[in-house]
Ligand binder design. Structure first.
Ligand code: ADP
Ligand code: MG
Length: 519
């Protein structure tokens, strides 16, 4: 067991009270001065800003170098895969068939797509800022591969409003800073794995800024005489508590030479009040304090990922965006591609081959190798079998149930599944997926978060960011214009909780401490 083989991490000398106090204080100061914060409600007054530090690990958490590199190398193929999925509405309609009838959110998004399709999509380019999340899984020893090993298994693939890029970068530079100051230094024995070359860096902020700037440039000059300039528009949720993650992307765009204007607008009410769609399809935004509209080059969605945001106004706003000439990041089809039902369907026989046409067999196998078993809960043969697994308390412990709701916090874990299903209307079960639990090695760390200090067993999740711009092909499909692996985020939680929620204080930003051999 890995926890037994690495009992000396974090090194004992670092766990002394003195050292922990010094680290705690250094971390809090770093977080305050670098905006590693999350706002507390909408309670600012004239003199005070209410915020708390985002959860962070005190030490980097061990992670195998080879698996880290593997996840990074997979990202461009994953980008291409999801671009292709987002351009295949026939396949999406088939996969989401039941949900398009009985799940209000899927139905709402699909109706936006149909309206835009009927009007005729006038922007051939689409953008994706994606994040593929993985956990380490301890493979059982098999006859085929007798070496016990650690594989990366995908938890989920995010296509909409992917957050955490900024927080990840700030905490990453913090761990590097703490290394440089000597606060992680221990006596020469036993060997201490924390050294600069073991801690990777990530430039997620500048990578996302670069990708948005590339899409902005690809849009070109204004198409209508009504505007003299173009700008990126970022629809955001009102009373936003996560501005520290979003704002640095705007600042990065404005700081370019020449500056790329980026405006944020509350979705949907202010968005509806401040935008119009020109007759020729351009999306025009009227910035506050200006009488001149700007033409929106890219609609970068940091809102609209939650079912609750899609009331009448929300729907009107989504239709306005989708039917416009702006490049969408993402389109509604791109958003639907991130539904868990799609992730489950991609594991079906021959499905990856459908989308990764130009691929050698190797890349299909590499992607498939990251899938954890997922089952539908529908009335197919496998679906009925999965229902049996989920309803019996003796078997349910191996699974997590993922209801169709997106936006986080809706999963039902292990022993809670049978009772949850008992209470839920059976007609909805078919919209959900049952996923085998990934079983990561138990490592140790100290976490600082809103739920207090945790010293003990931890579990990490590696998220790889990807940016992609593609062009709708005439006969169907996606022609890739830009495709990049764009950095990573690394989050760690106590092994006693299932959820990785950063807002609730369970998930803490972290840096992997790369080691050659974890087991
Ligand atoms: P969402 O972020 O949309 O709520 P996720 O699929 O990312 O949904 O699940 C939330 C959290 O639950 C993950 O961050 C992870 O900690 C845990 N989780 C999800 N699926 C699994 C799994 N198969 N095995 C172990 N943990 C999982
Ligand atoms: Mg998630």
């Amino acid at each position: 067991m890995s926890s037994a083989s690495k009992p000396d991490y974090p090194p004992l000398a670092l766990l002394s009270d003195d050292r922990l106090v010094a680290l705690h204080s250094a971390i809090r100061d770093w977080q305050l001065t670098h905006g590693s914060l999350i706002k507390i409600g909408n309670w600012d007054d004239e003199d005070n800003i209410r915020a708390r530090p985002i959860g962070t690990s005190i030490f980097p958490t061990l992670f195998p170098r080879s698996r880290f590199e593997e996840a990074r190398q997979l990202q461009k193929d994953y980008n291409e895969l999801y671009a292709a999925v987002a351009e295949d509405d026939t396949w999406l309609a088939e996969v989401l068939r039941d949900m398009l009838v009985s799940d209000p959110f899927a139905k709402a998004l699909w109706s936006v797509h149909l309206k835009a399709k009927e009007a005729g999509y006038i922007q051939p380019l689409t953008m994706g800022i994606f994040r593929s999340d993985y956990m380490l899984h301890q493979q059982p020893v098999s006859a085929i591969d007798p070496s016990p090993g650690l594989a990366i298994k995908q938890v989920e693939f995010n296509t909409m409003s992917c957050a955490g890029g900024t927080h990840a970068s700030i905490v990453n530079t913090m761990h590097h800073h703490l290394t440089a100051t000597g606060l992680y230094t221990t006596p020469p024995t036993p060997p201490n794995p924390i050294h600069p070359s073991a801690l990777p860096t990530t430039s997620t902020i500048s990578n996302l800024v670069f990708a948005l700037a590339t899409a902005h440039a690809a849009y070109g000059p204004p198409k209508t005489a009504l505007a003299t300039a173009t700008a990126i528009l970022m629809p955001v949720q009102p009373f936003n508590i996560n501005i520290c993650d979003e704002r640095p992307l705007e600042y990065g765009l404005w700081a370019r030479a020449p500056p790329i204007p980026c405006h944020r607008v509350d979705f949907p009410t202010d968005f509806l009040a401040r935008t119009t769609r020109a007759e020729t399809g351009e999306l025009l935004f009227y910035p506050p304090h200006s009488t001149q509209p700007v033409e929106v080059s890219v609609a970068y969605m940091r809102a609209g990922y939650d079912a609750g945001e899609h009331d009448e106004e929300g729907m009107e706003a989504r239709v306005r965006i989708e039917t416009s000439r702006a490049i969408k990041c993402p389109s509604v089809l791109g958003q639907l591609a991130g539904f868990k039902k799609v992730q489950q369907a991609l594991a079906g026989a021959g499905v990856l081959e459908r989308f990764l046409l130009s691929g050698n067999k190797g890349r299909v196998e590499r992607i498939r190798g990251t899938f954890a078993p997922m089952y539908p809960l529908d009335e197919t043969e496998v679906g009925l079998w999965a229902r049996g697994q989920a309803r019996r308390i003796e078997t349910a412990g191996r699974y997590v149930l993922k209801p169709s709701l997106e936006g986080g916090g809706h999963n039902v874990y292990r022993g809670d599944i049978p009772e949850f299903l008992e209470r839920a209307p059976e007609a909805e079960w078919r919209n959900w997926v049952l996923m085998e639990m990934i079983e990561p090695p138990k490592l140790r760390n100290v976490l600082l978060s809103a739920v207090g200090v945790h010293e003990g067993g931890v579990v990490s999740e590696l998220g790889i960011f990807g940016t992609c711009i593609w062009k709708k092909r005439k006969g169907g499909g996606a022609e890739i214009v830009e495709n990049k692996q764009a950095g990573w985020s690394f989050k760690t939680k106590a092994d006693s909780v299932d959820e990785m929620s950063v807002v609730k204080g369970y998930g803490c930003f972290d840096t992997p401490c790369l080691v050659e051999d974890l087991l």
